[in-house]
Design a protein around this ligand. Sequence first.
Ligand SMILES: Nc1ncnc2c1ncn2[C@@H]1O[C@H](COP(=O)(O)OP(=O)(O)OP(=O)(O)O)[C@@H](O)[C@H]1O
Ligand SMILES: [Mg+2]
Length: 460
Amino acid sequence: MSLIGRNYSFQNPDPNSRLYRFKSLRYDPEMEELKQVLKAINKWETRKIQKLYRRAKKGTARGSQQAVIQLLKIIEDYKVEHMEADDPYMPHATAEQISNNRQGIHVCNQTGDGIPMSPDADEFQLNTLVIGPPKAGKSSAIFYGLSQMLFLPILILDIKNIWRHRAQALNAKVIQPPFHIDLEPPYGITWYDWIFSVLDGLALITGLQYGVVPFIEAAKIALQQREKYINHTQSNTSLSLMDIYHALDFVNTSRFKRDYILSCKTALQLIIGPNELFSAREGLPLNEIFTGRYIIECCYLSMIQCRFLAFYFLNYLLQASYHCLESSHLKGIIFIDDSSSFINRPDNAFGSAPSTGFWGHILSKLRGAGRGLIFADQLVDPIFDDVKQLCTNWIIVGGLRDTQNYNEVMSAMNLTRDQADYIGKMKPRECIAYFPNLYPKPIHGVIPFVPSIAEGDFDE
Ligand SMILES: Nc1ncnc2c1ncn2[C@@H]1O[C@H](COP(=O)(O)OP(=O)(O)OP(=O)(O)O)[C@@H](O)[C@H]1O
Ligand SMILES: [Mg+2]
């Protein structure tokens, strides 16, 4: 009879049973307890322990006794080590658990035993949040990781213009301001579908939901103009947000309040900006950018431009992915360093902004595009909730300043209270890395040394 569905619990073997003459089947409470202790100190799954335990259970009387003594010694040694180290992250993980045969991307070395933690590159598809105070070593930690991904497309959005010093080491090209973005749709997407999705995001980011309709009307006018131009001149052309701005003048105002149109124009002006980020009909070749290795210097962009630019890039990748098979492998990394302008709630003097943005919508769907996002930031609290929820991997480098958010960090990183309290004592380069797909507990480690920008190890 099948056991499935029955409430089946393990019965201790009957000492009079015929099976009891097989030593390995005997129920031995002391050996069971030893096993539980070895599991609790995370020594159970190593080959050496398994061998000793088998000998203790099935060996000759003498062999069994010696094996038990050795196992007890391992437990005693652990107790001494634990007391001396006073490390709330003990028991440490074993090499098998966190290094996957030493393949993958080496993130850090576990403190205590120096065992490398190296999650598989594909685990970066689950998005990574790196947090820590100023000068703690966040950028250096990511540089160390990225320098092991030299054959993947990467895009770094660099708001401090410091990554140019690492461009050569990363084999990446630097795009300096001023640069422009046109409205050319990704391959296989119609102009209308593309522009609709862009304007939808624009309305969300500028807080102008009611503006979507006039935006769409203006986009239709701009698209008709474009078609006329192409038919007339037999030459192709693209569009820019500036074309939509001008087309708003031709929208039938009887259907909208005039104020709506003015608000739409103001919103577009904020995004286009004095740096004319979105005013060109021939901007950066996004197709090329997403298949290459680039650093985009964003220091002159406003916060609202940063958010829209991030939305625009990710929406581009998302829409392009609808025409491809879902990817189970990492196809590229997008790293946003000092990401507060991109991923923080835009609170202001009038109160708190909504705690979610467009990120939830995009990040939850972008999984199939094979892109991994990495964000580095100093504070946890102001980050949009959807970003925090959709970053599966978390790394704390050098501690945390906003300690009132330990509870949030504790639940995101599966920390115990003692482990969370330790965050206040961390030093630069020291890290806590949580990659739950690799190992279900946080690893306390140290980021290896990398050449420092400050010491001028890189050519200008
Ligand atoms: N892994 C490392 N190897 C060598 N030096 C490091 C490392 N991490 C940090 N440092 C030192 O600390 C300084 C600050 O590091 P880094 O710029 O990576 O910190 P950060 O957390 O990104 O700072 P910020 O918040 O200002 O962006 C570096 O210039 C370097 O001197
Ligand atoms: Mg930094």
